[in-house]
Design a protein around this ligand. Sequence first.
Ligand SMILES: [Zn+2]
Length: 354
Amino acid sequence: MRSDFLYELNKHLPELFELQQLIDRADNQIKSRVLTQVKCDSHTLPVYQLTLGSEDPTAPALVLLGGVHGVERIGTQVLLAFLRSLLERLRWDQGLNAQLQQMTLIFVPLVNPGGMWMRRRCNPNGIDLMRNAPIESAERVLFLAGGHRLSRHLPWYRGKANQPMESEINAVYQLVKTQLLQRPFCLSLDCHSGFGLTDRVWFPYARTRQPIADLAVAYRLSRLFNKAHRHNTNYLFEPQSSSYTTHGDVWDLLYDESRQTHPKHTFLPLTLEMGSWLWVKKNPRQLLRFVDLFNPTVPHRQNRVLRRHYALIDFLMAATRSYAEWLPQTAKQQRKDFNAGLKNWYSHSRKGNK
Ligand SMILES: [Zn+2]
């Protein structure tokens, strides 16, 4: 790679620079492949998939994604910090090595490298990748922010109707379709930042306030976390529609397709929405720069955020590896947990599930 490009990459997109260094240094600990390439200015930027652990195509899997929105750099940074730590531990941690023999761990830490290079939410074509999937909300969505087809010069632009998905989000879609849905159990965590004061863990749907068929799984998983991490009250688990509804969410599309094609399997896509308004509240100068609204800018706060989500990701790895131990098995258990989820998230008197 040309050294002047590396200089520019380190300046504009240090996250990709670091990711490539991690891949180079990881030797045979990681399998990496380029899912797609994105043109940006005069450069071509790769979207990487990294795979660790079991190569059995039916092993349970956890997929960690970040950087779908180019201004939300912290999601990519959290995943890079986690990956770096994992690679260090794999050198000596027999427990971790044994865990990864029984599950597959996939990273797509930077889905939208062009947007991040350009410091924009959308991709280089001006399209919001989390509004781009061919799926419509039947409910009233937020004006503009729910996704629109008015103009690529406005944020949250979905792209034109009846067009293929953009290559970055299509790569994510294909990855899930071809590598994940054939597995009996799979979780994904897509890391974002920017909404509200609380860190939220969302499950589908984004397009409707109707519950998903797997509400019992979402309920059981949130209970499991809260019981195991009694002192960690950071997270609010909820359906995304509790916060707002949108068009074009690829996780809605993939969830529905997983139900149609593999109804006996469990695929639960999660979104971590880090509440960045808290960082802005603590440092109001961030209001002066748009990009800073989505990322902690003070180093000690950034370090805290990088540390803070380690427990959640580590928990999701354990829950994936041991899914058979906690997934509701009988119809009676499923009904009970589904109804508990309904009461918790869909009744008017709900208090949320902290
Ligand atoms: Zn986002």
